[in-house]
Every structure is written in C-alpha cells, then in structure tokens.
Design a protein around this ligand. Sequence first.
Ligand SMILES: [Mg+2]
Length: 521
Amino acid sequence: MTGRGRTRRTGGRTRGREPPTEPPPQDGGDVEETPARTPEPGFPHPPRERGIYCNRTLNLRSIRAIGYDMDYTLIHYRVEEWELRAFEHLRRKLTERGWPVTQLRFDPAQVIRGLILDTELGNVVKANRFGYVKRAAHGTRLLDFERQRDAYARVQVDLAERRYVFLNTLFTISEACMYAQLVDLLDAGRLPAVLGYADLYRQVRASLDEAHVEGELKAEILADPDRFVESDPEAGIALLDQRRAGKKLLLITNSDWDYTRALMAYAFDRHLPTGLTWRDLFHLVIVAARKPEFFEEDAPAFEVAENTGLVKPVRRLSEEGVYLGGNAGLVEEALGASGEQILYVGDHLFSDVHVSKNVVRWRTALILRELEQELAALESARAQQDQLAGLMQDKERLEFDQAQIRVAIQRKRGGYGPAPTASVGALERRANDIRARLAELDERIAPLAEESATTSNARWGLLMRTGNDKSYLARQVERYADTYTSRVSNFLYQTPFVYLRSPRGSLPHDPDYVIVEREEE
Ligand SMILES: [Mg+2]
C-alpha cells in the first residue's frame, strides 16, 4: 500500500494520459547494465485523484510538527447527509419566524465550494482568478449573458468588500442553497419583513447563530455517526507513519472536547493496531481553538482533564496534553518549533490556510475532497476534450486564413502594400468558402463547449476552472495552500519522507483542459 523508499514528483505536469507508473524492472538479457544502477521493482503510485498537488515546494523531511484540523479534514462528513440536516434545521428555525419556507428543498448540486454570494444583488457568482464574474445566478436562476454583463461588466469581486461572502468550506453549501431559494421568495414578495438581499443574508446568518444549529447537528452525529461520517481506514496509519518518523502531531480543532473525543475515537480507533487509540497519534490536542483568531491573537489556554473534561488555566502548553483555546504562539513555544517547521492541514480556505500562512507563516496543506470528483470528471471528459481541442485548432487555422484574405482584399482595393496575385473576386469566393466552413465548425463546437462548461457540476462546471482560466478558488488555493490534496490519507502514499516539488506550470492537475467561452460578437 505504501510507496516507501521511492519518491516521485507529485503535482508536476504529468504529460501522459495514464496515471504515471514506474518503468518495468529490467530483466538483464539484452539490456546492458551499468554497474552503478541495480534494477529494482518499483512501488505502485497512487491514482491521480489521490495525489498531493504542490504550489510551493515542500520537503516533508524538514517538517518537525504537523497540525491537523478535524471537521472535514481528519473526519469527512457525508456532505449530502450533513448539509441536508443543516438545511432542515435552518428551515425549521425560519419557519418558527413565520417565513413561508416549508416547501424549500435542499439541492446539493445547486452550489459548490468557491462560489461567492453577492449579497447586494442576491446573486451567486463564479469568478475567475482576477475576480471577473463569469457565471452568475440570481436566486436559483442562472442569468443570461446580457443580464450578467449588465450586472458585472464593471465589477471586480474583492472579498474585502462586505457585500461578498466566499464559500470557504463544504459547511457553507446548505446555507448558500437556502439563501438562493430565499432570494426567489423575496423577489416574489413573500418575505415582507426583509429589507433587501443584504438584510436577507444577515437574517439567515442570525438564525443560524441564534439557533445553535451546529450544536444540534453535532448531537445528531454523535447519536448516529455511521450515517454522517465517511471514515477512512487509511488515515490512522498515515498519521502513525508520521509520528513514528519523528514528527510531532497536533490536533487543532474548533470543536469542543466531548465532540472531538467521541468522533475521533469513532473514526480512528478501530482502524489502528490493537492497543492503540487516536490519542496515541497526537502529542498535543487543542479543542475550541477559535480559528482563525487562534493564529492571530493571544487567547489564554486551559488544560483539559481528559476524563472529566474539567479545565484549569495554564500559562504554557506541554508537548503532550489536551488544551482548550490558546494560540499558535503557545504551540510554537511548547514544540520549540516555528514558522516553516510546522505544517498545518485543514479544509477551511480562510481559517486554516490563509491565516496560518499569512500570520504565523506555517506551511499549509488544503484538504479539497472535491478534487477526487473533479479529476474523475476530467478523465471521463477526455474524449470530448480531445475532439474539442482538434475542432478549435481547425477553427483558429481557418480564422487566420480568413483574416489574411480580408486584409489582402483591402490592400488590393486600396492599391497599397503586398498582396497575392489572385483577383478580388477569387479572394472573395475563398472567403465565402471559409465562412461556410467556420459556421459548420461552430455547429459542431457548440454542444461540446456546453458540455465542457458543465463538467463536474451541471450548473457551475469545474471547481478550479472558470472558463479556460483558473477560478477564483484556484487562485486562493495557489496563494495560500502550499499543497492541496483530497484527503489526509493521501499522505500514506507519499510517506513522511517525501520531497514535494512545485511544477513549472500554473495549475498542477489539469494542464490541457479546454473550455470555449461565450464570446461577444
Ligand atoms: Mg474543518
């Protein structure tokens, strides 16, 4: 299972279509061997969807401590179950307020991580890496090209503006789905107590906070973890590999001790060697960490008695123990390690990755579970992609010729510059022929282009692409996540000794994906 002993370049541009494989072992015979190189069998490599992709070179051997977030990082929830329940809890709270929401239904495909709520206009938008909006829905309805252009032609999304809410984690899916449907109700005049789209968002947030929806949900999860948690038998061994390789392992979660203890035991203990529990994996455990403030402020720490949950204030952390609160500075002090010696692994683009990178300069790994679906979708779209790329090549060649002919006619008529010997009439006939061929090509391209724009998600397309460009999410990932991968157990394949090198290219995982964007005449 593990690929110990050999490292490979992950995240680099893999030119081949197949998952990379080791060269077959040579069997001597005709092959002339040099004495310095002894042929040896290779170890299996993980499939692409289980790769670790690298924006900034990371040598795991030089990392002394690895910190992990828990929710949606060490523990993966079944999104459709968890977010469905979150949606239902929110709907109940809004019903109690007298809102007509009983007919609303959760649709997990309606929004994806990385989209942005524009609370000024009641829209859900997908922007490219520059912040230009490339696809937008008002409430639940996609905007047509003209309406989208009217709304966003002069707008560049800047998350520093209060009107925008970035969907940072999978936890935001239900809330965004609810918001979009409520915008429809507001437009229909059915929410008289709401003063506009921004007020609508404020009221939804307030309902979530007041209602302690998360607390209620967590109680449901503890009562029936099989329903909500998708456990990963390999994650514990990956962590054990790291611990035995001499890394200090940390768990830093915003969840409370009782929840953390129960969920970690459920998800990890049965997959560990006999006699070990999840606590044997971690040196330091910090609960109720209040990230992102954990990385930015000097909050006090409390030691937690593991059995009773009772707490007492402490000035320092020891290298082993369970604490509540505290801050990144206390962790660094306890470990005698800082900045680039610590890797933090989490799923929240802002709290786990952006802030830890910007403020304390820890190295970062983003857990992006959707990458598995994204890469599978890319793989299954490959035949259409090749066809589309070929047609676009033909189109560009014809367009080039068309432009040459137009300028030749212009020069012949104007009596200037170099021009071919053919008559204007002959050139015009050729231009007409090219025009007809282009029209025919466009008819073949249109359905394939539409299909490529809806790869992975029928409404929003790929997570990391907006048209042919990187998405806003991809840009955030590139800026703040040194590495990204679909799940923690992918470290099992790469071992604690891997040297992850960043590729020369711009986006590591899909170097030749083609999307044809809508164009203005
Ligand atoms: Mg999390």
